[in-house]
Design a protein around this ligand. Structure first.
Ligand code: FMN
Length: 420
């Protein structure tokens, strides 16, 4: 059960360094592994996943995917979260939640693979608020506090929180202070109110008020499109770190200090990553079209028509790369199959040499079982008649014999224990 407001004892015990960091913001449908990989490669210090709903994480199975070199959290065919060593210690998983206990269960399930857990208290999109999550939580500060407190008190990784502004700055600062008291490692402030749209200018002036009101690191978010913007905000507010969303959605090389790369290079690299890490094409297509949206040309047209990662790679002239990684993956598959087969043979040779794939039979019983098997073989021979009816009976008998010799091992054991 969720405990009440934290007295601050756990604060900063587990943290990440949030001084002068640049972070990829959580973005639904955008923040999958290729976007995070490229953001890190080009200079982001940390990257957030898209919001992942607690219940989806809880039901997912963690799989060490040797074929791809990834760790996957899967619900059947659906990838909820795919990560690799490349982002170890740098990936912040954003939870969509409105329940302290579900939040904890979900976070516990993934804590070994993430650098921190962020709670989404700011996204006003329908999919989030409809379940009482995201910006809907801003109307229920007690719930925010209960969720954060439960996470902070029970996780081995730091917890952060991302909010939007409340109606007044005073209310916002009160909330931020309460959030700080839960022991979170940092707070991200998207400087817009719930009802304000992307095209409405962000309120950068709030950052200084918040920075002055709390001791924990404050991460500024909203209308930051380049390093110049960060410098400007730093000057007026002295916030600790920065988070960018749309600028990265538009071109993940935005994190490069030397300047952005041409979009063609970026979409090619993104497509190669989708091939290498076997990403779902629908998601890849959406992210690529966000990058390529200003170009209405052959590449754009071909991306729109894509129905597979191969189509995507063809669109950007990376077909050869696609086939190369597919070949490597198939070879890896065979190698892993071979390994698994060898392992199984070893197990069976050691544990049960006489009835392959039968349940485990202790070694000291194996001679007894062998005798039993020979008896059954003899029985089968007798049943081998030319008469059809008898043949059918024989098949039934054989089946019963096989099942009794493999399934009724308890009987066999009881019988043979006396012999050994
Ligand atoms: C495509 C898209 C998806 C988003 N999804 C999320 C999300 O899952 N969780 C969240 O907290 N914010 C989400 N946001 C909001 C961003 O994280 C960020 O707060 C907002 O876009 C302002 O930052 P910007 O001015 O750098 O774009 C999303 C924004 C975009 C553009």
């Amino acid at each position: 059960m969720a405990s009440n407001e934290n007295n601050g004892d756990n604060r900063i015990k587990k943290t990440l360094d949030f001084e002068n960091k640049i972070i990829l913001a959580p973005m639904v449908r955008i923040g999958s592994f290729p976007m995070r990989y490229m953001s890190l490669k080009y200079g982001a210090d940390y990257v957030c996943t898209s919001e992942i709903v607690d219940k989806r994480l809880i039901t997912s199975t963690r799989i060490v995917n040797k074929k791809l070199g990834t760790i996957d959290y899967m619900n059947k065919e659906r990838i909820e979260f795919r990560t690799t060593d490349y982002e170890k210690g740098r990936v912040i998983l954003q939870l969509g939640t409105c329940d302290p206990d579900l939040a904890l269960k979900a976070a516990k399930h993934v804590e070994q693979d993430v650098a921190a857990i962020d709670v989404n208290c700011g996204c006003p999109k329908r999919f989030s608020v409809i379940g009482g999550m995201g910006a809907a939580l801003l109307a229920h500060p007690d719930k925010i506090i209960a969720i954060l407190t439960n996470l902070v008190n029970n996780l081995s990784v730091p917890v952060t929180c991302k909010i939007r502004l409340l109606n007044t700055y005073e209310e916002t600062i009160d909330l931020v202070k309460r959030i700080e008291a839960t022991g979170v490692a940092a707070i991200t402030v998207h400087c817009r109110r719930k009802k304000e749209l992307e095209k409405d200018p962000g309120h950068w002036d709030v950052f200084k008020l918040i920075r002055d009101a709390v001791k924990i690191p404050v991460i500024a978010n909203g209308d930051i499109f380049n390093y110049n913007d960060m410098e400007k905000i730093k000057k007026i507010s002295n916030v600790n770190s920065f988070m960018m969303a749309r600028a990265a959605q538009n071109n993940p090389s935005i994190f490069r200090k030397e300047g952005v790369l041409p979009k063609l290079d970026v979409v090619k690299e993104y497509s190669r990553l989708c091939a290498k890490y076997d990403m779902p094409y629908q998601n890849a297509k959406y992210a690529l079209l966000c990058i390529w949206k200003d170009h209405q040309d052959k590449v754009g047209y071909s991306l729109v028509k894509s129905k597979s990662v191969l189509d995507i790679c063809k669109s950007v002239d990376e077909e050869e790369y696609y086939h190369k990684v597919l070949k490597e993956r198939n070879e890896k598959d065979e190698e892993l199959d071979e390994e698994a087969r060898a392992k199984q043979e070893e197990i069976y040779a050691d544990q049960c040499p006489y009835i392959p794939r039968a349940p485990y039979i202790p070694k000291n019983l194996k001679h007894g079982i062998e005798d039993e098997f020979e008896d059954k073989e003899k029985e089968n021979d007798v049943n081998n008649s030319n008469n059809t009816e008898e043949k059918e009976n024989s098949i039934i008998n054989n089946n019963q014999t096989t099942s009794s010799s493999t399934m009724n091992t308890e009987d066999n054991k009881n019988k043979k224990i006396k012999l050994v």
